[in-house]
Design a binder for this molecule. Structure first.
Ligand SMILES: [Zn+2]
Length: 88
């Protein structure tokens, strides 16, 4: 799991996601399944009451606190959905 402070920390992960083009499946708001080298990983995007955003992925990289490309792929969908909710 890692704390999302800004888009800058995702630059490399986004570049990788664009290259790998993983499949992102919507589970429910804040929860996504992203295809990886060893099947699907679950990515959970949360915002706590202080407004701190955390992203958790079930892959090995995210366990070590790295921003993985699964998280980047899920976040691009999540951010779009969050915007839609705000404007709805
Ligand atoms: Zn991951």
């Amino acid at each position: 799991m890692f704390i999302l402070k800004g888009i800058d920390q995702l630059t490399n992960a986004i570049a990788k996601a664009k290259k790998v083009r993983p499949r992102v499946e919507f589970d429910h708001f804040g929860r996504y399944r992203v295809s990886g080298s060893k099947g699907y990983y679950t990515v959970i995007c949360r915002k706590d009451e202080r407004g701190i955003k955390t992203v958790a992925c079930t892959c090995k990289g995210a366990e070590k606190g790295l921003a993985c490309y699964h998280a980047a792929a899920a976040l691009s969908l999540h951010i779009g959905l969050a915007r839609q909710q705000q404007t709805a």
